[in-house]
Design a protein around this ligand. Structure first.
Ligand SMILES: C=C(O[C@@H]1C=C(C(=O)O)C=C[C@H]1O)C(=O)O
Length: 381
């Protein structure tokens, strides 16, 4: 048994697997083309369940356990659904292949990673525009210097990102997309640094709050707040002092020559952030893809006015997936409500609900209608 030969054989199998995955992806784009014609929904969970069941049975015959097979194919199907959605969206909204994208931080920031994931799925090339604040991200799109901005809205560990919610109240930009990214926080150091000698950690305040449980173990380490994770990594790389460390992603660390020394620092095992994509122009979302509409509204201060508004959604059979509130600047004790409704703004139910909401709210505005990118995996018995 020659190790080199076995590894060569494994390389060959892996490259065959890649070819097959690319071929499968191509076939699913043909499926999207057929769905475009007969207006069938992209997602067909019955078909997915049948497929998984069959694959599990076939896998068993070849000694592969069910969990392994399901995990792999759930990932493959997620990619296929997202690709089909992106393709259909692209058909409906012709746009350029090279896009200017504004995000927080510099190369390697979490927003940068999210922007790459979102636009690469759409076969777009990016002109990257990093900014030091969320406000500048929004302004650059408003002024037309960037085509899109990408902004984090909520995180499974630290909750809503209020600064972004507040910016949405003021802007004329529209939400045209969303993407959820798994955020792996790692402790990054200069290569060879001794972990016992770390005196200072650089990180973005949101990241520090998402890792608060872990950081409590080091009461003597100084925390330096940075405007972005990219800035935190740049500080450690530039200072070139092994007693300094940063918290950011492993992929980001590689761009700055830093080693990931401890991973999974976040309080929640599943640390995910949901990002929104904003643009000056609203998008048309095809009927085949699951859509989400985000609204903001101010109800009157009379008791029960929020309940009345929510009842309108219920009466129209609409599902609300998120409700959050923020103070209205200049109006103490008054709140602006943000709602995500699982529907296309052009659907009859949504049009009807909007017509009923306008007269009972003091202010109501659609922040955007966009395709929902949260693909809940199909499970089998
Ligand atoms: C490819 C299709 O679209 C979706 C993706 C599937 C897949 O990748 O196998 C299966 C069902 C659909 O949710 C299809 O409908 O066949």
């Amino acid at each position: 048994m020659d190790l080199n030969q076995i590894r060569k054989d494994i390389n060959q199998v892996d490259s065959d697997l890649l070819k097959l995955l690319a071929h499968r992806r191509q076939l699913t784009l043909n499926v999207a083309r057929s769905k475009e014609i007969d207006l069938k929904p992209v997602r067909d969970q019955e078909r997915e369940a049948q497929l998984l069941e069959k694959l599990v049975a076939q896998g068993k015959e070849q000694g592969l356990d069910a969990q392994y097979v399901v995990r792999i194919f759930q990932t493959v199907i997620e990619d296929s659904v997202l690709r089909q959605q992106a393709w259909l969206q692209g058909q409906q909204n012709t746009s350029q292949d090279l896009v200017r994208v504004a995000y927080l931080g510099a190369k390697g920031s979490y927003s940068y990673v999210a922007a790459h994931g979102y636009f690469t799925r759409r076969d777009k090339s990016l002109i990257e525009m990093g900014f030091p604040t969320f406000d500048e991200v929004v302004r650059s799109v408003e002024r037309g210097n960037a085509d899109y901005g990408i902004l984090p809205l909520e995180n499974t560990s630290s909750g809503s990102i209020n600064e972004v919610y507040d910016l949405l109240q003021q802007t004329s930009l529209q939400i045209v997309g969303e993407t959820t990214e798994s955020i792996g926080h790692c402790l990054l150091t200069l290569p060879g640094a001794n972990l016992d000698e770390i005196t200072t950690i650089y990180a973005h305040p949101q990241v520090i709050s998402q890792c608060s449980n872990h950081l409590r173990q080091y009461p003597n380490i100084k925390l330096e707040y940075c405007s972005s994770s990219a800035h935190a990594m740049a500080q450690v790389a530039n200072l070139n002092d092994p007693s300094h460390a940063a918290i950011a992603s492993q992929a980001g660390g590689e761009l700055y020559g830093l080693d990931a020394r401890i991973d999974k620092l976040a309080n929640q095992a599943e640390n995910e952030s949901r990002f929104i994509v904003v643009s000056r122009k609203a998008l048309d979302v095809p009927v085949q893809v699951p859509a989400k509409t985000t609204l903001i509204m101010a109800t009157g201060q009379k008791s029960g006015s929020l309940v009345d508004a929510l009842l309108i959604l219920k009466q129209n059979g609409l599902i609300m997936s998120k409700l959050t509130s923020r103070p209205i600047p200049g109006n103490p004790w008054e709140e602006m409500f943000y709602l995500d409704v699982e529907a296309n703004i052009n659907s009859d139910a949504m049009k009807q609900a909007m017509a009923q909401l306008v007269p009972i709210t003091r202010f109501i505005k659609v922040l955007g209608c966009y395709q929902s990118e949260r693909i809940i995996p199909t499970e089998i018995e």
